[in-house]
Design a protein around this ligand. Structure first.
Ligand SMILES: CC(C)(COP(=O)(O)OP(=O)(O)OC[C@H]1O[C@@H](n2cnc3c(N)ncnc32)[C@H](O)[C@@H]1OP(=O)(O)O)[C@@H](O)C(=O)NCCC(=O)NCCS
Length: 178
């Protein structure tokens, strides 16, 4: 089987949203409850939202494919202060977890950060998302701080910020090809 990483194309957006729903509904209800899971899915994985993010913002969307089928994805972007890339999303299909696919995408984002001279990659992960925290530790991240953020609808994100050092020089500008 051929495994490959490709940028998200507009024609992949519906498949990515279906995958996100599959992962979230499998993983998050025991952690944040069904209502918050559905609220966040509607906020983040409406195909129109992703289409607009893909067209207008400096976000890299990476898909991991088995042959032509998307089984995992990640998104990343430079933080406002310019001293890190944020790994903003990382999701692997439930039947493909723990096969190293998350690690492949983490490595891909860390290589991008190093190539563009961002000194670190950071991410936010729910404090109760123990399997993801274990995965991030396995792939070299450490907890840097704890944050609580209101996201509307009466919900909060109760997260750890984790980070990993990748390079030491000044950042270069965003380019979708990177
Ligand atoms: C977290 C996630 C992205 C990691 O990707 P992955 O491909 O499963 O991870 P890898 O195969 O690269 O690394 C495996 C490590 O992850 C951790 N892990 C992942 N799934 C696990 C599970 N079900 N039970 C226990 N540990 C798990 C372990 O540390 C594991 O290492 P081990 O097998 O040596 O014990 C993926 O499991 C996932 O999509 N989870 C659900 C959604 C999620 O929480 N995303 C992160 C949002 S911040």
């Amino acid at each position: 089987m051929t495994l490959s990483i490709a940028p998200l194309a507009p024609e992949d957006i519906d498949a990515l949203c279906v995958l996100a729903r599959t992962v979230w509904r499998h993983h998050y209800p025991p952690i944040i409850g069904t209502a918050q899971t559905e609220y966040m899915l509607a906020q983040r994985y409406d195909p129109d939202v992703i289409r607009s993010e893909l067209a207008h913002s400096g976000i890299w969307w990476d898909t991991l494919r088995e042959e032509d089928s998307i089984v995992a994805f990640a998104s990343s972007f430079p933080v406002e202060s310019g001293d890190a890339l944020k790994l903003d999303k990382l999701y692997v299909h439930p039947t493909r977890q723990r096969l190293g696919y998350g690690g492949v995408l983490i490595e891909h984002v860390c290589e991008r950060a190093a190539r563009l001279k961002y000194p670190k990659v950071l991410l936010a992960v729910n404090k109760r998302n123990e399997t993801a925290i274990a995965a991030y530790r396995k792939h070299g991240f450490e907890v840097a701080e704890a944050v609580v953020k209101e996201i509307g609808g009466g919900f909060v994100m109760d997260d750890f910020i984790m980070q990993k050092s990748v390079a030491a020089d000044a950042p270069q500008a965003y380019s979708r090809a990177s």
